[in-house]
Ligand binder design. Sequence first.
Ligand code: COI
Length: 355
Amino acid sequence: MEIRIEKNLSPKAKPTDASALGFGKIFTDHMFMMDYDRENGWHDARIVPYGDLAISPAATVLHYGAEIFEGLKAYRRPDGEIQLFRPWDNFERMNNSADRLCLPKLDPEFALKALKALINLDRDWVPSAEGTSLYIRPFLFGNDPFLGVHTVNKAMFVIILSPSGSYYKEGVNPVRIMIETEDVRAVRGGTGYAKCGGNYAASMRAGEKAEQKGFAQVLWLDGVERKYVEEVGSMNVMFKISGTVVTPKLTGSVLPGVTRRSCIALLQSWGVPVEERLLSVQELEDAVRNGTLEEAFGCGTAAVVSPIGELSVDDVPYVVNGGKIGPITQRLYGELTGIQWGRRPDTFGWTEIVK
Ligand code: COI
């Protein structure tokens, strides 16, 4: 399929202060879009000036939440080239999410071609200051102008780009996380493993409560027994207990994170034992009490590798590693960001230059 390009004739001024970028607030001059209907499949692929979308007030996404999304980044290398990190994994996950929500799947190769064409047009928006990148948000939603609850006949796929700095105001400094004991995010058999907007909508109340109490985010427990830890608001989570890194296993209600997978591969390549298994809050509390909880950190595309300095359970604070970043977290952060920004060799074949 050809991609039609309509250039933005009124480009915006690019941000000059990298330290004020924040996350997901500024958007580039263009966006990619294409439409789907059952008769024609995906069609009318186009790159157009960034702007509002026109959709029917009856569109399925607005009433029944038929929406999935992805998050990945483009990085400015020291030699000035731009590279993507494991983009194939994101489009593969997007198709798994599409499957769960009965939304039409993408041709991953075409999606990557479209993304590269978009980045190429907005190349000058990829920031180069330390810790900054171009956050990429592909999303896909049901667009039938029909109020019946039914799988969709029409959909739209869009990619927008946002030059961003760090997700947390804390940067790489440890964040405080609150274990949520009332609301749950997802249950097995539900949509927890899919990256769909609804999962995040269901998370907002607890997120708000945590924020009011001064926490960065919540740590979710499993939806059935409310006993096992699953993930943090915008990232997967890992704990180093007695020398082993333990991370919640993918039970169906946990998001299969690309950064999670990358951290596991890096840790294993260093000979650090990793266990993907159920991990109860009780086990964590015991590990804090007997001094075997050595480090805790979250990992995600937006959050990168983010140390957790404090975990709060029912208003009881548990400080991890004296509230400081631990050695394994620091090493993972250094190696992962080194590969992502092209400063260290990519022996895993995870990166792809945008030509
Ligand atoms: C990402 O890490 O890219 C995410 O999608 C998390 C997001 C909800 C901020």
